[in-house]
Design a binder for this molecule. Structure first.
Ligand code: B1M
Length: 215
């Protein structure tokens, strides 16, 4: 494994956003594989900080600066992931559900979807059912990707799907759900279409479902 990945991971854990950007830029210049920079550098660092947060070894401020460094590093990888698929195969609305401010996983899903040649409209975090519905009416999405990290906000996903049902628009879109507390059985309970545990498989499943639906 490249030493650079360790350096990226360490800088991310310390919340050193500028160092992360500099190291990721160097990794790109050295033509290291983009998925390795993401998995072995940025995500490896995020895994460590997540574990420390769970064990009360670090607190919200440390996690927040690490998260900002993660997002800054991932943004540099975006153009490289996009190069893989220049043609738009469909449009996806994405957002973290109402009451939930976690956006790292959602941003990764967005990057992967863009890497699969899908056009993504990112509604951000804390997005209500009404906002998803209004955005769909305006943008005519093929799929809607919902992320939730809290057990207290995951139920929002059902509310969003029900809002689309009430508007008579449920069948127009494919609903993808994911995030740490989400499971296959939860997906079935709320009537969503696709659950995947990670961003790469979400993008793969989303593209396949859109292409299948378009025939
Ligand atoms: Co929060 N937080 N947090 N937090 N935080 C968790 C989620 C928690 C599990 C930590 C813990 O161990 N106790 C816990 C939730 C407990 C629960 O609900 N059962 C928790 C809590 C309690 C809270 C607060 C309430 C803390 C407080 O204020 N006291 C608060 C809530 C704020 C709010 O949202 N209203 C809070 C705040 C924060 C920060 C702001 C400090 C920060 C978020 C910064 C940001 O996102 N910009 C933060 C973070 C970073 C975490 C942890 C440490 C890491 C989450 C993360 O980004 N992981 C997290 C602990 C953990 O998960 N182990 C924790 C890396 C990311 C790549 O993984 O998002 O899971 P993840 O995405 C994965 C998959 O889930 C999947 O793909 C990704 C991998 O490829 N995926 C999808 C995600 N979305 C998908 C969608 C898909 C498909 C796959 O299809 C559409």
């Amino acid at each position: 494994m490249s030493n650079l990945y360790n350096e990226i991971s360490t800088a991310l854990q310390r919340g050193k956003q500028n160092d992360v950007k500099e190291l990721v830029t160097r990794a790109i210049e050295e033509k290291l594989p983009v998925t390795e920079i993401l998995d072995q550098g940025l995500l490896a660092g995020m895994d460590i900080i997540s574990e420390q947060f769970k064990n009360n070894e670090v607190y919200v401020p440390e996690v927040l600066v690490a998260a900002r460094a993660m997002n800054a590093g991932a943004a540099l990888l975006k153009p490289l992931l996009e190069e893989a698929g220049a043609v738009s195969h469909g449009r996806v609305l994405i957002g973290t559900v109402k009451g939930d401010l976690h956006d790292i996983g959602k941003n990764l899903v967005r990057l992967m979807l863009e890497g699969k040649g899908l056009e993504v409209v990112d509604l951000g975090v804390d997005v209500s059912a009404e906002q998803f519905l209004a955005a769909h009416r305006e943008q005519k999405a093929d799929a809607i990707a919902l992320s939730a990290l809290l057990t207290t906000t995951m139920q929002e996903m059902k509310g969003i799907i029900d809002t689309f049902k009430e508007a008579g628009l449920r069948e127009e879109v494919i609903f993808l759900v994911g995030g740490a507390p989400i499971s296959e059985s939860f997906k079935d309970t709320i009537g969503a279409d696709i659950y995947t545990p990670d961003a790469a498989s979400a993008a793969q499943a989303c593209k396949a479902a859109i292409l299948a639906k378009k025939g």
